[in-house]
Design a protein around this ligand. Sequence first.
Ligand SMILES: *Cc1c(COP(=O)(O)O)cnc(C)c1O
Length: 392
Amino acid sequence: MFNKDIITAFEQKETPFFYYDLDLLQATLKSAQGAANAFDFHIHYAMKANFNERVLTVIQQTGIGADCVSGNEVLKAIEIGFAPKDIVFAGVGKADKEILNALDHNISAFNVESVQELSVIADLAKASGKIAKVALRINPNVDAQTHKYITTGLDENKFGIKTWELSACLDVIKENKSIELIGIHFHVGSQIVDMNVFKSLCVKVNEFNSWFDERGYRLKILNVGGGLGVNYNEPDKESIVDFRKYFEIFDHFLERKAGQEVHFELGRALVSQCSSLISKVLYVKNGIKKNFLILDAGMTELMRPALYQAYHKIESLKAIEKKDRSNTSDFTHYDVVGPICESTDCFGKEVELPLSKRGDLIAIRTVGAYGEVMASKYNLRDEIRYVYSDEL
Ligand SMILES: *Cc1c(COP(=O)(O)O)cnc(C)c1O
């Protein structure tokens, strides 16, 4: 990802910053779109993964839709230029004003997460003289085999409608002309790398699809959510996910009835690899038990390691420049940490890196998803800085 010219350009910039490789983003989107088109599948981009304006603009231009999880995301999507017919709105706690705003803009679907929410949407739509299109987000009790903090489709998770509440949902739908059932929706977790999880999901979706069909509801849309994982260990080996392999699972195992569309909501798989957090070593602190590299980036820029023990590859750009790994005595192990006053402000423990000194550039890889968007001002940190590949 980084050559000598890029590294030289980085040296002129104030750190830390998020570097965006827009070419890689484009290539990833193209690959995803191409694979989806081959199966006549539709993609919505899960905006919460990254709502950087330039990233959103590039995504909007590819014709991918937007999957939002807050009223402000809906507004942002519209501002960026996504057509309301390509915007869906999920979220377990939609506030009245968020629902009203979305109704106002005639978005394509509310992904409804409870029978209570369904009633509220019905009432608000009625009062606004609108018909709200809804998809029921069903919690299928499928184990995503991922970190417990990012699993969403189990009975113990707060997300989605439980199977035993579906009849009550149908009652609300029958009673209210202000809502129209257009589909069912699922999202079982994130960073899923075991394709068997998606197979299990398909089996469940088929069951629910038939359940509705038997009750006289031919659903227009089967929305199977997102969650496709990326390679955090070797970002350069697999800089673009194998979208074809992923879509093939659904093509093979999902039983589409005549006229049904299949929708996906990908976040991480589209934007993770196009960004790295570039930081400088402030201090090298050598101890008896540990050596620390103290960076100028911290959990305020990248929270994932502190929040869910996420792994990110850490590279010294000095080593990339030299490409000399023959003399291993030049390498040692560091705990790579940030400057924030929290012990969890640590990007990696015992990371093998070249002997480092103050001022060395460090890249933390695969940060395009759930990186910049989770930044905080804790410790009154600076605003996030970015550098885009076409500005170097
Ligand atoms: C977060 C989210 C997604 C995207 O998840 P990824 O793991 O980033 O693909 C899709 N759908 C819903 C409802 C979400 O909340």
